[in-house]
Write a protein that binds this ligand. Structure first.
Ligand SMILES: Cc1cc2nc3c(=O)[nH]c(=O)nc-3n(C[C@H](O)[C@H](O)[C@H](O)COP(=O)(O)OP(=O)(O)OC[C@H]3O[C@@H](n4cnc5c(N)ncnc54)[C@H](O)[C@@H]3O)c2cc1C
Length: 220
């Protein structure tokens, strides 16, 4: 059975973002996926990459990439990182579920990437990048909400082009580490819509997560 890991970062359990994440879980389960959710706020996830990421002695000046490479060889990651790496190993599909904050990921989710996409496992050292990345063979997808309307995005539009805006995540994080990246699933400005429009948006999330095999590939 295929397995999905959803890494979710929204501080409010009753948010629309949370509702669409739950919709995604149900849609994937209906496609016979087993699903695991890392709900970063609920887990009180520590977003700070630092010496405490390792159980081996980090002596001298702290060089994060080297410490990560060492820990990848000696299995000496702190338990919270080791647990997320284990979830990733199990996963065929990774979903980042979040509200768009400052044209990017909430800091908690960025901190998850900093601490979990580690050198020596996700990329680098004995592992390559992009098509040779540590997570090759897995797919990934962004599932997010915005405050801006759909027409605010695009060539010449106020907020710019979404492909450009998302490049650092879809290319710089996911494809860099070997994931095949599927077209993002976006609910634009749920706060501005009617209850009916929001139900429609949840329906679109359900449909998108039910048809992953025909979803356009952005990278990989
Ligand atoms: C720090 C920060 C930076 C930001 N930067 C950006 C940015 O760069 N670009 C941008 O576009 N936006 C930005 N925003 C706005 C942000 O993206 C939106 O506030 C967010 O995506 C809205 O999603 P939400 O889940 O939080 O909405 P919510 O406010 O939780 O929900 C929206 C509406 O849906 C309703 N709802 C909740 N659950 C359900 C349900 N189950 N069914 C139907 N309706 C439901 C709620 O009652 C509410 O009326 C930023 C916000 C912050 C705080």
């Amino acid at each position: 059975m295929p397995h999905a890991l959803i890494v979710h970062a929204h501080p409010e359990a009753k948010s629309f973002c949370n509702a669409q994440m739950s919709e995604a879980v149900r849609a994937l389960q209906a496609q016979s996926y087993t699903v695991e959710v890392s709900d970063l706020y609920a887990m009180n996830w520590d977003a700070e990459l630092n010496r405490h990421d390792f159980t081996h002695d980090v002596e001298g000046p702290f060089k994060p990439p080297l410490a990560q490479e060492q820990a990848s060889k000696s299995n000496t990651f702190a338990p919270d990182i080791a647990a997320e790496l284990e979830k990733l190993r199990r996963a065929d599909l990774l979903v980042f579920s979040f509200p768009l904050w400052w044209f990017s990921l909430p800091a908690l989710l960025k901190g998850w990437v900093d601490r979990v996409f580690v050198r020596g496992t996700a990329y680098g050292g004995r592992i390559g990048t992009f098509a040779e990345g540590g997570f090759r063979g897995k797919r990934a997808l962004l599932l997010f909400t915005t405050g801006s309307l759909e027409e605010h995005f695009g060539p010449g539009a106020r907020d710019g082009e979404l492909d450009v805006l998302l490049f650092h995540i879809q290319h710089g994080m996911l494809w860099f580490c070997g994931f095949q990246v599927l077209a993002p699933v976006i609910s634009f400005a749920p706060v501005r819509g009617t209850p009916e429009a929001r139900q429609q948006q949840l329906g679109q999330v359900r449909l998108a997560l039910s048809t992953l095999d025909t979803r356009p590939i952005i990278f990989g």
